[in-house]
Design a binder for this molecule. Sequence first.
Ligand code: NAD
Length: 480
Amino acid sequence: MLKISNYINGQLVAPVSGSYLENVNPAEGKVYSYLPDSDARDVEAAVVAAQTAFQSWSQMPLAKRAAILLKIADLIDRDLDQLALAESVDQGKPVKLAKSVDIPRASANIRFFATASMHVAAESHLMEGEAINYTTRTPIGVAGCISPWNLPLYLFTWKIAPALASGCTVVAKPSELTPMTAFLFSKLCVEAGLPAGVLNIIHGLGKKVGQAIVEHPLIPAISFTGGTVTGKTIAATAAPMFKKLSLELGGKNPNIIFADCDFEEAIATSINSSFSNQGEICLCGSRILVEHSLYDRFVNEFIKRTQALPVGDPLSETTRLGALISEGHMQKVLSYIELAKQEGGTIACGGERVKVAGRCESGYFAAPTVITGLPQTCRTNQEEIFGPVVTIMPFDAEEEVIAFANSTAYGLSATIWTNDLKRAHRVAHQLKSGIIWINCWLLRDLRTPFGGMKQSGVGREGGWEAMRFFTEAKNVCVKL
Ligand code: NAD
């Protein structure tokens, strides 16, 4: 069975411990490869390599640095089919989704930041007749990048690309649940001629490898995407060391449907925003709030379309929902459905594990689930489930729905469906979420700030925000 390697100082290497962890194909519920059970020793070797490489990488002419990154992006496109298949097998998502979204976005991330790096300009402030200030931005050093399992290569590249394009070198850790495409990516880096030590990928557990990266005194910046609880641990470790932190955390996003919306568009997009990637996207709208006069019609149609969604083998072209990431996660999702029942909710459809015949009979599948009749304050409506489960609640007034939408500890994204232009802007302005979509969902311009308020995160990724994060500003004041 395949053993995944770490990527340190340009080499594909075994972990110092010699130990490996099992990597499970969630659609089959079976181990299909092994990943390094790395520890602080591997992280140490990676940091030494990254520090050594920093000198030349940070000083390499921009165009040359960008050319190497663009070559990696081209190789991702060349290997689209192979990478999409690997992502689907490793993560459980439909291969069709991996091919149309995850992998194309990975190369787009790299291309976006590689080219952006050539457009960076320094700021200058003139003090009339007195002095001129200019501000330089230099790469911060070795960056630590830690990513989750839901969009593996997509989010891995979203983190490392701005770091590398800014001139940082990187020690990165993909999720232990989805190491495969980062491993294949490391091979592409070798093929593209990325200099040794510029990017180092260490596989293993969060508590060992992730923690060692966050604790390392020679890593001054940590870019993390994952759960809010992990984010708190990382912040507690990094804050006393005065590290720069970018935290992209969980969400419990409202999807607000006013009665004057384009019904067909709202319902079709809401099916996507609820169940894409099995609901395992931080931006999924898990609380659907529908204006009373449209409520019955919306709920009936939404249930009908949810029940028609094919759940099954991720490798089938017709599958819309594949497997959940792990048995543990599937149990967590199912336990929230039980909780919803205890809290007085009605399971309008779904609510159970799905048994898929054949190859996938032991896989971790759950039916897309719609729950009605719950109060806003219950745990089901307050906590992130991160699976194919949505609640639908009615509302009467605009102020009421704004209060409902803002009632959780999270503030990542929100969607508003209405044809009333003034109301759309008014509501958007009052929602405490970092990302608002009006009459659309997941329409992403990579130049825009990306991130959440409240417990959904600290800082923003995307465009210049990400490039600024990986650089230090220095102001030079020259007396005239
Ligand atoms: P997680 O927090 O369990 O793990 C994320 C990463 O952190 C993994 O690589 C893990 O190994 C590592 N890690 C775990 N403990 C660590 C520690 N103590 N120190 C350092 N690293 C550690 O999250 P997950 O279950 O992989 O991902 C799901 C979560 O990610 C959800 O909450 C989801 O909302 C969130 N998410 C947020 C965004 C966003 O952009 N805001 C995007 C995708 C996912």
